[in-house]
Every structure is written in C-alpha cells, then in structure tokens.
Ligand binder design. Structure first.
Ligand SMILES: *Cc1c(COP(=O)(O)O)cnc(C)c1O
Length: 372
C-alpha cells in the first residue's frame, strides 16, 4: 500500500467539475486581476474567519511582510517570533527592515513558549508573530495579555491554521492581523501561490490593500510606493469553491489525528493538544528517538513522511549573523532531531491511517531491539 504525504490530485478529482467550470468562467470574464471572483472570495473568507476584512495578496510570505509594513514596523524595530517555523516568518521581519528576535518553543505544543516572551521584549519591540504551528493555535490568551501590557502588535502566522480557534473564539478575536498562505499543500490550497490578510481593523485593511497594489486606491494616484502582491482572480475563484469544503476536510484530518493518537500512544510521542485549542492538523508530528530509521522503514513500506523543520531557524546559515548557539533554544534544537510528520491530508482514508499505525507499531519495537 502506498500512502502519500499530501494528495493534491485526489482533492482535485473530487471537485473537478466545479473547479473546471470556474476556471473557464474567469477566463471568459477576463477577471484576472481584481474583479468579482476576488471580491467574492475575500468576503467569504472574512466571514469564515468571523472577521470584518480580508485582503487577497500574492502569497503567505508577502502577507506577513505587508502586515508589518502596515503597522509601520521597519528599521530599528524588533519583532519576536518562534525559533521553530518555516523561514518565511522570519524573512518577512528582515524584509520589513526590522530585527528578528527568536524565542524557544514549548516542549509539549511546539508553539512559542509564552513564558519566555517577556524576557525578549525591549524598548524596540513592536510586534510578536506567533506561528500556529502544525494547525494548533499558540496560547493567544497569554500572548494577547503580554501584547496589551507592552503595547505591541500581534501578527498571527496562520499559514497552517485555516479554521483553527482558541478558547472557543475565532483567531481574529485576538487581533491585530492574521496572515494566511494558500500554498497548494496548505489546509486551504490554491493552484499556485496565493495568500491573504484578515483583520477587524479597517484602517489596516485599507493600508494593506494599497501597499499590495503600488500604494494606490485609484488607478495611477499613487499615494506612496508599495509593491505588487495581489491574488489572481483565478486563484480566488478556485479558493472560493474549495472554501465550501474546508470544514469537511478539516474533520477528516481531525479524525485521522485521533486515530493516530489512540493507536500510537505509548509507542512514540504523539502530539499534545492544548485543551483550549481547536487544532486543525495541517501536520501530525510525532517524536521518536529513532527518527532516521523509522523514516526509512516507513518509506520502504510505501509511507511518505516529512520533517517540519529539520533545522531550527536560528541555526540556519541565513541567521549565523545573530551568533546563536543551540543552547539558546534547547527545546527547539532537541525536537529538530526527533520530529517526524506522518501522512495527513483532507482525503486520507481509514485504511491508510490504519496501515500507517500498524506499520509504526511493528517497526518501533524492532528499532528499539536494534539499539540494544
Ligand atoms: C507556508 C508558510 C508560510 C509562507 O507561505 P507562502 O504562501 O508559501 O509564502 C509562512 N509561514 C508558515 C508557518 C508557513 O507554513
């Protein structure tokens, strides 16, 4: 049996007629940039997030950059973010001109350790970018409290967390700006690059829309210099179709995660779910001592896995200028050699999940024996 890590083809074929027909419509209407398909998706995605405003942009990395720019963050400012994320999060900070300040993660949730944030706040700190890693929201109650106390902004990296919630409330309730990616493999994925920002702050939404469109509201009346980072009409139309199915696909992910939990508990370390978090399982990440051998064993048996992420951000060559050592981020650095992401997607079947758990249950004792 082959179990793929994500399954973009099965996803397409399950809604092929609808997708093909909207693509045709966008072309017939020449609604390539801006237009009714974009407006419709922006409205629907804002409602889905229970927020006032959504602005479609070029990709998730740009969404983070545009959010920081709209908040006036730049040279001389510092922005706090977790040591374990995809590099896009910290790249956006540098691109805005600010300094990246990394914080270690919590050993159970893999999210930013909220107890370490305050020790990193200085008079230059302007924002925190929590990453809702693997689909589980960071502790937004604590982060909101810290942000209010120190009068700093929260830019939420929601690239892996479409549909997630915290303490029964939508992520948008915790402010200030939410940044989404619709990279094809994300829980809600486009057929190319796309991203969005979501906020309840109208002024910020207007600024971001202008900044993403060369600094203008009205054509050729450029109020300042911006960039070109817009969502295509075609991607918006595709996303609008897929958005209707998102909750159903999330339920498939959650069901698979619960099955993994139940059958792998005690054999490897299963992900910890924060009791206040609605986890949407973009990734299902286990921990094991024998990560390398387990990954090879699974591959030989047709099961694809991934590592998210193999090198903690502060340890990347890109950040060698910060002069960090592993001891600065003991939890993240320890996890990096132990984590393994199992197959997880919105059309994963019961048979696939069973095959993965059975294979791991058989392999793990064998690997332990090899060690002795
Ligand atoms: C995917 C991702 C991004 C970047 O999104 P793109 O659309 O690929 O630019 C940012 N942050 C995290 C945590 C991501 O997983």
């Amino acid at each position: 049996m082959m179990v793929s890590f994500v399954d973009l083809k099965a996803r397409y074929f399950s809604i092929k007629d609808e997708i093909d027909s909207v693509i045709q419509q966008v072309i017939e209407d020449s609604a390539f940039i801006g237009g009714k398909y974009l407006k419709s998706f922006e409205n629907n995605f804002a409602s889905y997030c229970q927020a006032e405003h959504c602005v479609g942009v070029g990709n998730g990395t740009d969404a983070l950059f545009l959010a920081l720019k709209a908040l006036g963050i730049g040279r001389g400012d510092e922005v706090i973010t977790p040591a374990n994320s995809f590099v896009a999060t910290s790249e956006a900070i540098t691109r805005a001109g600010a300094k990246v300040v990394f914080v270690d993660c919590d050993r159970r949730t893999y999210n930013i350790d909220v107890n370490l944030i305050e020790s990193k706040i200085t008079s230059c700190t302007k924002a925190i970018i929590p990453v809702h890693l693997y689909g589980q929201p960071a502790d937004l109650v604590a982060i909101r409290e810290i942000a209010d106390q120190h009068k700093i902004y929260i830019v939420q990296d929601c690239a892996q967390a479409h549909g997630a919630a915290y303490a029964g409330k939508p992520l948008a309730d915790y402010g200030d700006i939410l940044c989404f990616s619709f990279y094809p493999g994300k829980n809600l994925g486009a057929y190319g690059d796309a991203g969005a920002i979501v906020t309840n702050n109208e002024e910020l939404a207007i600024k971001i829309r202008m900044f993403a469109n060369h600094g203008c509201k009205d054509k050729y009346a450029h109020e300042f210099e911006g960039v070109n980072s817009r969502m295509d009409g075609m991607q918006a139309a595709i996303l609008d179709v897929k958005l209707k199915y998102l909750d159903k696909w999330i339920r498939v992910r959650q069901k698979a995660a619960h099955f993994y939990d139940e059958h792998l508990q005690g054999k490897i370390v299963v992900p910890h779910q924060d009791s206040l978090a609605t986890h949407v399982y973009h990734l299902y990440v286990i921990q094991t001592e024998n990560r390398g051998e387990l990954q090879i064993g699974l591959k030989e048996r047709g099961i694809a896995t991934g590592i998210h992420y193999p090198i903690p951000l502060p340890m990347l060559d890109a950040y060698s200028y910060l002069g960090h050592v592993e001891d600065d981020f003991p939890v993240t650095c320890n996890l990096a050699s132990r984590i393994l992401s199992l197959p997880m997607h919105g059309s994963i079947t019961d048979q696939e999940v069973e095959y993965v758990t059975e294979t791991i249950s058989r392999l793990v004792p064998e690997l332990l024996m090899d060690r002795i």
